[in-house]
Ligand binder design. Structure first.
Ligand code: PEP
Length: 263
């Protein structure tokens, strides 16, 4: 019988602010409210991904060391004449340790699996931790969506050395759940648990069970206080990527409180 026991790990709660809020002053207000209480969430890791243009100011606006910072995207190249793009080095230099790549909203704007792979490579080379998003648009009864997810994973991980895995987090975000209220999306625990198993199986087949067990796999899509416990317990996610609820301080703090108490 295997004696391998997965070490308990703190849930990772990430906020993806997308293009909100419009004003730096409002962003500072949000971060100040979260920062005041962040230190009390000892059993949770917290990462905020505000608009990159606000990063420096927001880091200064809170003295909380508990909050870690991330960017929502990065360029495909380390250096280039590429108007409007942000290099991994630039986001790192203003305090980001994490970068999200392959978010479905970036994929909808043209990021192919190949582009996502390249962004992962340049971000990893810069020393950032990558949060790579995968997710299907719709589910079908034959399970074709699993093939799409498999293709996304293969593109992101084919040939990737084991040494890079500790700086890669996988976020399963089904498009059919993103941007909806928890009630409207009505994600079931089985929808999430199934995908946690699917992702771990992918890694087990390539790197072995012990390494698969150590992967951090998040769930994202309509996570609100009302379904956070379900996501983390029955869904067996290692944490959550939160969109709309992450810019409402009371909601985000409630999510952190629930995650902090996860048993
Ligand atoms: C997201 O877009 O990453 C996300 C999880 O959004 P929401 O929580 O709003 O569904």
């Amino acid at each position: 019988m295997s004696t391998h026991v997965t070490p308990p790990r703190k849930p990772l709660i990430m906020g993806n602010w997308k293009m909100k809020p419009a004003l730096l002053a409002d962003a500072k207000t949000i971060v100040t409210k979260i920062g005041k209480q962040a230190g009390s969430f000892r059993n949770v890791d917290i990462v905020l991904c505000p608009p990159a243009v606000f990063l420096s100011e927001l880091k200064r606006a809170t003295t909380s060391r508990k909050i870690m910072w991330g960017a929502q995207d990065c360029a495909t190249r380390r250096e280039a004449s590429e108007t409007g793009s942000l290099s991994p080095a630039q986001v790192k230099s203003v305090g980001a340790k994490y970068v999200i790549v392959g978010h479905s909203e970036r994929r909808a704007l043209g990021d192919t699996d190949e582009i996502v792979r390249t962004k992962m490579d340049v971000a990893l080379a810069e020393g950032l931790t990558v949060v790579v998003c995968i997710g299907e648009r719709v589910r079908d009864t034959r399970g074709d969506y699993l093939q799409l997810l498999n293709a996304q994973l293969i593109s992101a991980f084919k040939g990737r050395p084991r040494t890079e895995l500790d700086r890669i987090i996988i976020a399963y975000e089904p498009l059919w759940a993103i941007g909806k209220s928890a009630k409207e999306a009505n994600v079931q625990p089985g929808d999430i648990h199934e995908m946690m198993i699917f992702v771990r199986k992918f890694f087990a087949e390539r790197y072995g069970k012990a390494i698969a067990d150590e992967r951090v796999v998040l769930y994202g899509g309509s996570v609100e206080p009302v379904n956070t416990r379900m996501v983390l317990t029955q869904g067996h996610a290692d944490g959550a990527l939160i969109g709309h609820a992450s810019i409402v301080p009371s909601d985000f703090l409630s999510i952190l409180t629930i995650a902090n108490e996860r048993t």
